[in-house]
Structure formats: C-alpha cells, structure tokens
Design a protein around this ligand. Structure first.
Ligand SMILES: *Cc1c(COP(=O)(O)O)cnc(C)c1O
Ligand SMILES: [Zn+2]
Length: 437
C-alpha cells in the first residue's frame, strides 16, 4: 500500500494512504477523464484515489479529453446532472447505478428581488430543491461514483452539515456504509437530517477545521475509506461544474454577465468558472466576458479579507458566524477564488450576521424562496455589491441559492413569527388592525 504525505483540505500535513490501487479500476470508470493534473505544477498522475501532487503537494484536478459533445446530446439526457455525464469523471453507464439523481434545479427570473435591489435582470439558481436540499448532492453524486469505481468500503466525510446530509442519503440509496463527521455545535436540523439516513453520525467537539483534520488522520489509518472531500476530492469537486452547465443551458445556451456564489472552501466557485470555460472551449456557448463574485460572512471571511487587502496570502481565521455552512476558516481553494474573481473583474465581499438574516428575509418576501444562512449571505452580498458600485445593476446577473432555510431555522426564528395571537372571534381579528390592509 502506498502512503502519500499530503496537505489536507485545511493545510495540515497528514499521511493519507491510498484507497484501493488503480490497477483494479475498470475501463471507462471515469468517462472522458484521462488523468489527475496538479493545479500548481501541471504534473499528471493516474486516475486513482489521489488528491495531492506527488511532486509539489499541490491539489490535483481531473483532466479530460472531451470528444464531440453537442447541445442535442445533452438535451436528450435525463433531467438531472447525468445529462452532462460526458463532461464528468463518471462512466457512460452511470444512470444504471443507484444515486440520488440531483440537479436540473430551477433557474428563476427574480423580478421582485431585482426591483428591491435595483437590478434590471436577475436570476436565482435555486439548489434548495435537490434531494437533501443543498447543492452538495451534486458533488456527492460524483464522489459516490468514484468511490464505487475505486471499490471503497466506507463512504465518509467531514462536514459543516449539508455535505453530511448528502453523503448519508446517497450512501443509503447506494447500499454502502457511511460514516459522517460534524462539529458538535451544528444546527439540530442538520444533525437530524444526517442521522435519519445513517447510524454512524459522529459529533466532534471542535470546529470544522478540527473535524477535517481528524478526517485526514482517519483516512490515513483506515484502508478503503473514501472521504468525499479528502481523498476523492478531485472527483467530488467536479460535481459543482453541473451548476455552471445548467445555468448556461437554462439561459438558452449562453453565459450571464455576472454571477454571485457563496464561498466556504471555494470549490464551488472555481468549478462554476471551469464549467463556463469548458462550454466556451467546446463551442456550446458563445465566448464572452463574465464577472465572478464571491460571498462570505464577515465572521468567517478569510478570502474576502485577502481580496480587500490586495494580497494572495489568505490568513486562516477561527469562524464565528451564523452562516455555519460557510464556516471554513482555512479554505483549500481560496487562492483560486481570488485568481478567478480578480481575473474576471469580479470581487469578493462579506456581510455581517444581521445582514445575513436580512438577506434570508429579503429572498423569502420577494421570491417565495426560503434559503439557509449561506443564501442569506449571497443575497446580502449582492445588495452590498450593488450599493458599493462593484456590480453593474444593468448587466444580467445570476445568484446561486445553495441551501434550504428549514435547516437553519434558529438563525431566523427570533426575527419572524405571528403578527398577533388572538381569541377566535372576528372582533379580536379587527382589533389587530390587519383587516384594514
Ligand atoms: C458547502 C456549502 C457552500 C460552499 O461550498 P464550497 O464549495 O466549499 O465553497 C455553500 N453553500 C452551502 C449551503 C453549502 O453547504
Ligand atoms: Zn504539482
């Protein structure tokens, strides 16, 4: 068994042994993917359970040799992420293996929210309707395929909540044992949303960065464990590309002018950009400039802080925010988020917890979408970007709602409630003043 000294998600050095050797990998297991390529030095590694470059320890990313892919082929596919299977590291017969079949969520034209914030053309990509109510079902579906092809015995993850829900559910449906690790102070609904699917939910007394460190250690000790965001991270991360593909397809095969995406590890943002670039390269959309914006909560804003300071050095922080799904103090892809946002002419911005709560309410009351704290962060950042002139209110804009408000009820419970509590009589109702509205 080979053991790789690697940098984990949170830059802690750990020894992570490979899950089963790549020799056993079946032909076509990863579709049109041909290698894992280092994002830092370009060194190529065989497709396998690897995530750190053997030359420089940089992060590995899936590299492809795409054949001809047409709009018609994609449109003829299923109404889930597998319609893009030719662009993902999954086998061509992926639909035959049970998975949660996430994706193809609605892209809503948000007239009311646009009017409220002063934007003339705004869309909300609503990923709260995925099988476990967050965009994490997309990444987990790809990680599950990789875990299967690599013959993993256990499907596992360290999580800020939504990932644990998605892993536990997908593992149940696939009939593979799951073990999920979360910070013990996580919102109760997110704990229950994992525990219903698995009897192996582990609450760790520490923050996400502690949980992640522990997961890297376990991955190094236990053979055959596929940690979705640790040792199969390159495959997992590709799942976020489907958000970019869907937005382009649902806009009628074109790219928006601006997009606002919440940032935790930063993986999602980098992959939506990768998806747009691939669509341009494949000739599936017209080449055009677009700006990418990142959204963070001030209580955990290492990327936004580095952006504003004009530096590449991302200083890890100890998270303190109600936006727990974004509370990664040492983001693995933060540096790439900075590159993309700066390179496209976008920005990274942050908002405080009061603004996050206000963002949740604004989206609910303008569009009838109940988002979680991550979505509240994105809406509030959108408002701030408009108000500070960083985002063009006339240009076509998309924001991504990545999760569901029922999972973070506590964040908003004190802000809303019954307008009045009355006896069941008409006189009592009139007494509230509500009958005159
Ligand atoms: C995980 C998560 C994110 C951020 O994802 P990264 O790829 O780690 O940046 C955003 N929103 C929600 C709801 C999440 O669960
Ligand atoms: Zn390298």
């Amino acid at each position: 068994m080979s053991a790789l000294a690697v940098e984990s998600d949170e830059n802690t050095t750990a020894t992570v042994s490979a899950v089963p050797a790549p020799e056993g990998v079946r032909e076509g297991a990863f579709g049109s993917a041909v290698a894992l390529a280092c994002r830092e030095c370009g060194h190529r590694t065989a497709l396998g359970p690897f995530y750190a470059c053997p030359e420089c320890f940089g992060p590995l990313e899936v590299a492809y040799e795409f054949g001809d892919v047409t709009r018609e082929q994609i449109e003829a596919g299923p109404r889930n992420i597998w319609r893009y299977k030719a662009l993902l590291p999954v086998p061509t017969d992926i639909e035959s293996s049970p998975n949660t079949e996430p994706g193809f969520t609605r892209l809503l034209e948000a007239h009311n929210l646009g009017a409220e914030l002063g934007l003339s053309k705004l869309w909300v990509k609503d990923d709260s309707t995925n099988p476990t109510n967050s965009f994490k079902d997309r990444v987990v579906a790809c990680a599950l395929s990789a875990a299967r092809e690599l013959d993993a015995k256990v499907f596992a993850c360290p999580s800020t909540g939504n990932l644990a829900n998605a892993v536990a559910a997908a593992g149940a449906r696939a009939g593979i044992k799951t073990v999920v690790f979360i910070p013990s102070n996580l919102e109760k609904p997110k704990q229950v949303n994992s525990a219903v699917y698995t009897d192996s939910l582990v609450a760790v007394e520490g923050n996400y960065d502690d949980v992640n460190k522990l997961a890297s250690e376990i991955a190094g000790e236990e053979e055959g464990w596929a940690f979705v965001n640790v040792n199969v991270r390159p495959y997992y991360a590709e799942g976020s590309k489907t958000l970019g593909y869907e937005i382009a397809e649902q806009l009628g095969w074109r790219l928006p002018d601006q997009i606002v995406i919440p940032v935790a590890s930063g993986s999602q943002l980098t992959k939506v950009h990768k998806a747009f670039q691939e669509l341009i390269e494949l000739g599936l959309v017209e080449d055009k400039p677009y700006k990418v914006f990142g959204a963070q909560a001030t209580g955990c804003s290492p990327v936004s802080t580095a952006y504003k300071a004009g530096t590449d050095a991302i200083r890890p922080v100890r998270p303190d925010t109600i936006a727990k799904s974004l509370a990664i103090g040492n983001p693995a892809d933060g540096i790439y988020v900075l590159d993309i946002c700066r390179g496209t002419g976008g920005a990274v911005e942050d908002v405080d917890d009061a603004q996050v709560r206000q963002g949740i309410l604004t989206l609910a009351r303008t569009e009838g979408i109940f988002t979680e704290t991550a979505g509240g962060t994105t809406v509030a950042v959108l408002r701030k970007l408009v108000e500070t002139g960083q985002l063009d209110p006339e240009a076509e804009t998309v924001i991504i709602n990545t999760g569901m408000g029922l999972k973070t009820l506590d964040a908003i419970a004190d802000e809303v409630g019954a307008a009045a509590t009355i006896k069941p009589s008409y006189a009592a109702f009139v007494g509230t003043g509500l009958s005159e509205q």
